[in-house]
Design a protein around this ligand. Structure first.
Ligand code: NAP
Length: 250
């Protein structure tokens, strides 16, 4: 896949991994549009990187996804890369019944799984008419070995992986390439409550962006990064041991 001269839409592109990807794509000569819910974060991203285009959007809402698709096809009709990056995570203790599920109005299944599927479905017919196009799903090493404290988050990422595999197969005879980025722990606002805890074992978001662009250029469709490389290929012989060890560390 060429990594210059594209038009790239990045969900959740104002912060963290999304912003690092946005910066790397801009620096490589691509047009980049980012979207997110918080106006102040979009403005901050634009101040840091004036070439960015920004759109306010809540990808968990169907009307907002439809509005995003219409705005992209009206104003950025050359868009040929969709990066499904936006995501949230919650700590959920099922011993409390429904309590943790209602700690906020945000829904991990809607944001991490349903939104990428629906956005991709909007863009696929349009992308099939482009010479070369791509959908890049940002999953996680936790898709392969879950952390029990974030059970829904890990399940959404495992589902995102499974869907990416099927989508790649369905679209193999089209111009659309399906990539999946599997980050390890990355130092972003995702960890704003436990930044100190992760500081010695996290990567900077720029490292994720750098590895992603290198892999895109080589058409490496699965992009496990750092420790996610070993998690991706955990097999049935050692799964239980690795699962137990990683969950004890928490
Ligand atoms: N950091 C890690 O350790 C790590 C590891 C593996 C995978 N990942 C994945 O990497 C992706 C990016 O996370 P990050 O670490 O860069 O964290 P982050 O800085 O918190 O980025 C998440 C982004 O998603 C946006 N977002 C959330 N809900 C949204 C919605 N409903 N509509 C539109 N945008 C929404 C947020 O913006 P608004 O709140 O303004 O909408 C924010 O810009 C996520 O999918 C995450 O699961 C992260």
């Amino acid at each position: 896949m060429k990594i210059e001269g594209n038009t790239v839409l990045i969900t959740g592109g104002a912060t963290g991994i999304g912003f690092a990807l946005a910066k790397a794509f801009v620096e490589n000569g691509n047009e980049v549009i980012i979207c997110g819910r918080r106006k102040d974060k979009l403005k901050e991203a634009k101040n840091n990187l004036p070439k960015l285009n920004t759109i306010e959007c809540d990808i968990s809402k169907e009307y907002s996804r439809e509005m995003l698709y219409k705005e992209i096809t009206s104003n950025f009709n050359d868009t040929n890369i969709l990066i499904n990056n936006a995501g949230i995570h919650k700590i959920i203790d099922f011993k409390k019944g429904m309590v943790d599920l209602f700690t906020s109005s945000e829904d991990e299944i809607d944001i991490n799984l349903k939104a990428p599927i629906y956005l991709a479905s909007y863009f696929i017919p349009n992308f099939m008419n482009k010479n070369e196009s791509a959908i890049i799903n940002v999953s996680s090493g936790l898709a392969f070995v879950p952390l029990a404290s974030m059970p829904i988050y890990c399940a959404t990422k495992a589902a995102l992986h499974s869907w990416s595999v099927s989508l790649r197969y369905q679209l193999k005879d089209t111009s659309i390439k399906i990539f999946e980025v599997m980050p390890p722990i990355v130092d972003t606002d995702f960890h704003k409550e436990d930044r100190d805890k992760i500081k010695n074992r996290s990567l900077p978001p720029t490292a994720v962006a750098e590895e992603t662009l290198k892999a895109l250029e080589k058409d490496e469709y699965e992009i496990p990064i750092g420790v996610a490389k070993s998690l991706r290929f955990v097999n049935t012989d050692n799964f239980e041991q690795i699962f137990q060890e990683r969950n004890k560390q928490q």
